[in-house]
Design a protein around this ligand. Structure first.
Ligand SMILES: [Zn+2]
Ligand SMILES: [Zn+2]
Length: 503
């Protein structure tokens, strides 16, 4: 069983992966005369027919290769959108046809373990007493292993958000292996592809394929060819240069068995005589909970929460995902600023991982902690707030814009008054007050006084300095622009004792 667990999270070598093409991929692939690996024209599909350039990588069946980076190629999306000559933009957003899921693509060890392990955790959990010391140890070991993934696998190795001395890297490599989520190398490669191709079919766990897919179904199947190609394009030079990463990858199976299941069992067993409890709670149950907490970063963190810094892609910020993942839930921030060692920057956002990294820096274990310029972070937040304000504003009735109103001369104004005498002018704009006159908070008297006249000065302090609410409401009564009328003072002076007209 343990071997199966391990195998389930070890990436198949490319040669093995390529030896298992689906029937559809076999049909579509051929060798071009120049020897390059290009696809033959697939059977026409709606997507293919929509594309004006069936030989580009964005069309069904074509094989994205490094040649796709050729800036001279005409980048076209399958939707027919041209992206100019930005090859990276082309690759980042290009959609490719998904290969159909079939039984032949199932990775049986992964599927078996991922489906069975939660049920075993439930059964063993219900039938195994939980001693207090074992509970404390389980929580502590959960935090240790989770930090191995968040601070080590993710922020240190996948994103190079900081650097670390070898004792720290060794600790993180062991702790991360204890989470039994694959080797650093396998994990970081998939994650770098996820960031580069977020929300496209080249993203190994694209949120666009559904919540369950991004949560764990993606691990049950051999990846689409486009994903395998995308992963092979990932620059792994820095990881391959780290001996700790190399050895952890090479000996991942025994290391993760020991760290994930044996070590917690031994601690509980030799510590307070609870071998079986240590295996079940600190080993197995803790492993399953940590699996699904981490998987939530790929699933829930791309569905649930707020697009604080950018809403063009699916990552979201949410406290709940941050809580169970040692602070990885501020995922919108993270996708915008991936090489920032923090995932949360506001005081109320939960991110214990950044505290671990920071505290380690105080004693020299970590260094070169990267942070994105606050000026740029604020720009992102401001732009999103502006978008929300604009949406809100668009829902409200602001009346006809002044510049869109018909222009009336003074003569036309007097002509129109014969048809509708319930009008007055404020700030050069004729307002139809017929429906409003009886709702005027100051009484109908003042409006009647100015019907057919220019009430600009009276409105702006002559009689009363109207509030912004009055000005907003006034905008919905607009009828036309009137040029040449003179504000009427006589009416105000003629009123009963109020002649406080301002000059
Ligand atoms: Zn993500
Ligand atoms: Zn990341």
């Amino acid at each position: 069983m343990a071997n199966a667990v391990l195998c389930s999270f070890v990436q198949l070598p490319p040669s093995l992966s390529l030896s298992l093409p689906t029937a559809s991929s076999r049909r579509q692939t051929s060798t071009m005369p120049d020897g390059s690996d290009r696809s033959s024209a697939p059977a026409p599909t709606l997507r293919a027919r929509r594309s004006a350039a069936p030989a580009t990588a964005s069309v069904l069946g074509t094989v994205p290769t490094l040649a796709d980076d050729d800036a001279t190629a005409t980048p076209k999306l399958w939707r027919g959108t041209t992206l100019g000559h930005n090859p990276s933009a082309h690759l980042a957003v290009a959609q490719v046809e998904r290969e159909p899921l079939s039984w032949s693509r199932v990775k049986w060890p992964s599927a078996t373990v991922l489906v069975v392990s939660p049920f075993l955790a439930l059964y063993w959990g219900l039938t195994t007493p939980l001693a207090t010391k074992t509970l404390i140890w389980s929580i502590l070991f959960y935090a240790i292993c989770a930090t191995g993934v968040t601070a080590g696998y993710h922020r240190l190795w996948a994103h190079r958000a900081y650097s670390a001395a070898w004792p720290y890297r060794l600790w993180m490599a062991l702790a991360g292996a204890g989470s039994i989520q694959g080797s650093i190398r396998w994990w970081a490669r998939g994650h770098r592809a996820h960031h580069r191709f977020t929300d496209t079919d080249k993203d190994p766990y694209s949120a666009q394929r559904g919540l369950l897919w991004s949560h764990f179904l993606w691990m049950l199947f051999n990846p689409d060819r486009a994903v395998r190609v995308a992963q092979r394009q990932v620059d792994m030079a820095d990881l391959d240069a780290d001996p700790i990463v190399r050895y952890q990858h090479q000996y991942y199976a025994p290391i993760s068995i020991f760290m994930g299941l044996v070590f917690p069992t031994l601690v509980a067993g030799y510590g307070w005589g609870d071998f079986w409890g240590g295996f079940v709670w600190a080993g197995w149950v803790r492993m399953v909970l940590l699996h699904h907490a981490t998987f939530c970063v790929n699933s829930l963190a791309h569905y649930l929460g707020e697009a604080t810094y950018d809403d063009r892609r699916s990552p979201r910020d949410h406290f709940l995902t941050a809580l169970v993942t040692m602070g990885e839930g501020m995922h919108n921030f993270h996708h915008e600023f991936p090489n920032d060692y923090r995932n949360a920057i506001r005081w109320h956002e939960w991110d214990p991982t950044k505290i671990v990294i920071y505290l380690a820096s105080l004693i020299g274990l970590t260094y070169d902690l990267k942070t994105f310029p606050d000026n740029e972070v604020q720009k992102g937040r401001l732009i999103m707030q502006q978008k929300r304000l604009d949406k809100w504003r668009a829902k409200l009735d602001w009346g006809v814009p002044v510049e869109s109103l018909p222009a009336w001369s003074v003569d036309r104004w007097h002509e129109e008054l014969k048809l509708n005498p319930m009008m007055l002018v404020i700030d050069g704009v004729a307002l139809d007050v017929s429906l409003f006159i009886h709702d005027h908070p100051g009484g109908t008297k003042w409006i009647k006084l100015y019907l057919g006249k220019d009430a600009t000065r009276a409105f702006n302090g002559g009689i009363y300095m109207h509030a912004t609410a009055a000005r907003n409401l006034m905008s919905r009564l607009r009828v036309a622009r009137v040029d040449g009328l003179v504000p009427d003072e006589a009416a105000t002076k003629a009123s009963d004792g109020t002649s406080a007209m301002q000059d």
